[in-house]
Write a protein that binds this ligand. Structure first.
Ligand code: PGA
Ligand code: ZN
Length: 428
């Protein structure tokens, strides 16, 4: 039984305020959860409530969201059994009363939703992945490590494309995949130094060099994989998230500033086809902009049978929008971000909906993170086979990979690594 919910304002990895919640149960158990925050957000994400008081954190304070938890949500949830996750999330949704969680704030609601789940797992004497996923939750995901950052995560100092990730899918275990990922990261560091390129990093811990094109990072990464003694495409593949909504302009053009080129949707699709031909790319996220559904259809027509095409900004982890995307056949996978939708129950529903239709579900961190590793357990619980949670560096990123190594260790001989079966389209 929940006896107390206490929220506070803490800092995220970018130095912005975010919400942390402590959930206390009658048995004395206390569980804590913290809420992440995006920078390249989708327009239809649930509302992240910010104070708007310019005198504090440039308006980014979360005292209102914290007050909503302490003064409004807590009194309503006290005496409820923490294992009643669906009922608790439904109560939060009803209390808020809006479609986009604008009243209580999705940051307030998610903090409560996750703290309650973690408390219930502890009270049940189960690790979180087992509590959420049952005894069948034994598959470890392929970690997608973002080792080269661009776009808004690098303040437009580097590539237009936001994320260049490595996927060590040829490893035989999660631990080996993490090891390979770290080795490639360090090989890339050496390569950048040798080439006289900047080794400063972006928001997700990847390097953010001043490249001249969006293809150059792919070339660098292939070289880094080889430098680490691994085989590009066989041992380690590549995934990219251009986050193209960020460089899509009102007139319908994709503006590649590093290359001084503005592309129409069809030309953008051709661009991706060429990259997929030339590099071992297994997954492409947000290739087209969230408002460009015709562009998405073209992309899916061109590449949907070849690689995994993940929709992030276009779906916002929202089951209603995902259902429309499935019906209109615009992609073959969804990105899963807890704070885009705002409760654990809805996040699970979004994941199940996608997987039930044979789509992939790619679990994700946000560019603004904390050391909370909830998504590591969630990925194993939902058996999604893959996740992305930044570079194999920086505390808030590695904590998720470290938690996955702990889970693999705890599972012992029952543990399986998703490997090349992680994707909805077979690795070529
Ligand atoms: P965000 O970026 O957390 O800044 O939204 C992540 C992504 O686009 O996948
Ligand atoms: Zn994205």
């Amino acid at each position: 039984t929940i006896t107390d919910l206490e929220a506070r304002e803490i800092l995220d990895s970018r130095g912005n305020p975010t919400v942390e919640v402590d959930c206390t149960l009658a048995c004395g158990i206390m569980a804590r959860a913290a809420v992440p925050s995006g920078a390249s957000t989708g327009a239809r994400e649930a509302v992240e409530l910010r104070d708007g008081d310019a005198k504090r954190f440039g308006g980014k304070g979360v005292r209102k969201a914290v007050a909503h938890i302490n003064d409004t949500i807590a009194p309503d949830l006290i005496t409820i059994d923490a294992r009643e996750q669906a009922a608790i999330d439904e109560t939060l949704i009803a209390m808020d009363g809006t479609d986009n969680k604008a009243v209580l704030g999705a940051n307030a609601m998610l903090g409560v939703s996750l703290a309650v789940a973690r408390a219930a797992a502890m009270a049940s004497d189960l690790p979180l992945y087992r509590y959420l996923g049952g005894p069948g939750a034994t598959r470890l995901p392929v970690p997608h490590m973002n080792i080269l950052n661009g776009g808004v995560h690098a303040h437009w100092q580097g590539a237009d494309f936001q994320e260049f990730m490595i996927a060590p899918y040829g490893a035989s275990s999660l631990r080996e995949a993490v090891e390979w990922g770290a080795e490639v990261y360090h090989a890339l560091l050496g390569l950048l130094e040798k080439k006289g390129l900047s080794v400063g990093i972006g928001d997700e811990g990847g390097f953010a060099p001043h490249v001249k094109s969006n293809e150059e990072p792919l070339e660098l990464i292939v070289q880094a994989i080889a430098r680490a003694g691994l085989r590009p495409g066989t041992d380690v593949g590549i995934a990219i998230d251009p986050a193209s909504s960020e460089f899509f302009e009102d007139e319908g053009f994709y503006n590649l500033r590093t290359e001084n080129r503005r592309l129409e949707a069809g030309e953008m699709v051709d661009y991706y086809e060429r990259l997929v031909d030339a590099y071992p790319i297994a997954l492409l996220e947000d290739g087209m902009a969230e408002e460009d559904w015709p562009g998405w259809k073209r992309l899916n027509h061109a590449l949907g049978d070849t690689i995994e095409l993940v929709g992030d900004d276009v779906f916002c982890t929202n089951p209603a929008i995902i259902a429309k995307g499935i019906e209109q056949d615009i992609a073959n996978a969804v990105l899963i971000k807890l704070n885009q939708i705002g409760t654990l129950t809805e996040t699970i529903a979004a994941t199940r909906l996608a997987m039930h239709h044979g789509w992939g579900a790619f679990v994700s961190h946000r560019s603004g993170e904390t050391v909370d590793s909830f998504i590591a357990d969630l990925t194993v619980a939902l058996d999604t086979g893959h996740l992305k949670t930044g570079a194999p560096a920086r505390g808030e990123r590695v904590e998720k990979y470290n938690q996955l190594m702990r889970i693999e260790e705890a599972l012992g001989t029952a543990a399986r690594f998703a490997g090349k079966s992680a994707y909805v389209r077979p690795v070529r």
